[in-house]
Ligand binder design. Sequence first.
Ligand SMILES: CC(C)(COP(=O)(O)OP(=O)(O)OC[C@H]1O[C@@H](n2cnc3c(N)ncnc32)[C@H](O)[C@@H]1OP(=O)(O)O)[C@@H](O)C(=O)NCCC(=O)NCCS
Length: 206
Amino acid sequence: MRPVWRSVLPDFAGQQFDCIRTTSRQKAQAKVKPAEADIPHIFSASRVPGFTDGMLWKPPETLDELYGPLEKNLAAWRSGTAYTFTVETSELAFVGRVALRQTAQDRIWNLGFWTHPEQQGRGYTAEAAAAVLQLGFTRLGAEHVEACHALWNLKSRRVLEKLGMTFVKRVPEGFQKNGVWMAEDCLGVSREKWLNLREMALLNEG
Ligand SMILES: CC(C)(COP(=O)(O)OP(=O)(O)OC[C@H]1O[C@@H](n2cnc3c(N)ncnc32)[C@H](O)[C@@H]1OP(=O)(O)O)[C@@H](O)C(=O)NCCC(=O)NCCS
């Protein structure tokens, strides 16, 4: 089953599209899923102990607490500051989320992702994140995309390495979890390097 990622909103950076296949050659069906439909899946993922340990958010107490973040995602999308995508299989099973957010620095974007524990370990995250990275470089004018992970989060690091990202810096006080600072490694890839890697991958495919 190949993953599909679809936008929370149908309009991306002024261009109309609903759904983009990742590596599959099949044409996707254009259809927008109501974003509220994601909420039970997000809640269920957050029930798994440790699921949010490598991310900034905490497990919500109730489903209702997830409507506020959804509204924030939609507002960020409308203002063009961050684009959050829901990843689904071609059979429309929920997989997870990938987000690309503008940073304070011009043309530098930040990538984040999570995958529902029931769907992890199938290569979906790397595939969906690669598609969103491509979007950043080809449609958003990104010159550099970066992502940070808690030092212990080696699965996340592996996904970033599969995207062509390499180590940029270590941040001892990366983010706080339950009042404790977590160190992070930040990785990144420039547009130029990504174009070279893509060219090499296409050559290998051909
Ligand atoms: C990080 C996360 C998205 C990875 O999801 P996933 O579905 O396992 O990702 P993929 O299947 O696409 O790839 C995982 C890769 O990590 C590798 N991996 C798995 N466990 C690993 C470990 N302990 N150490 C190193 N690599 C590991 C896998 O083998 C795979 O690489 P491969 O394809 O070369 O074999 C998922 O664990 C998650 O949602 N975690 C909770 C949220 C989170 O931490 N998000 C990231 C915040 S920075």
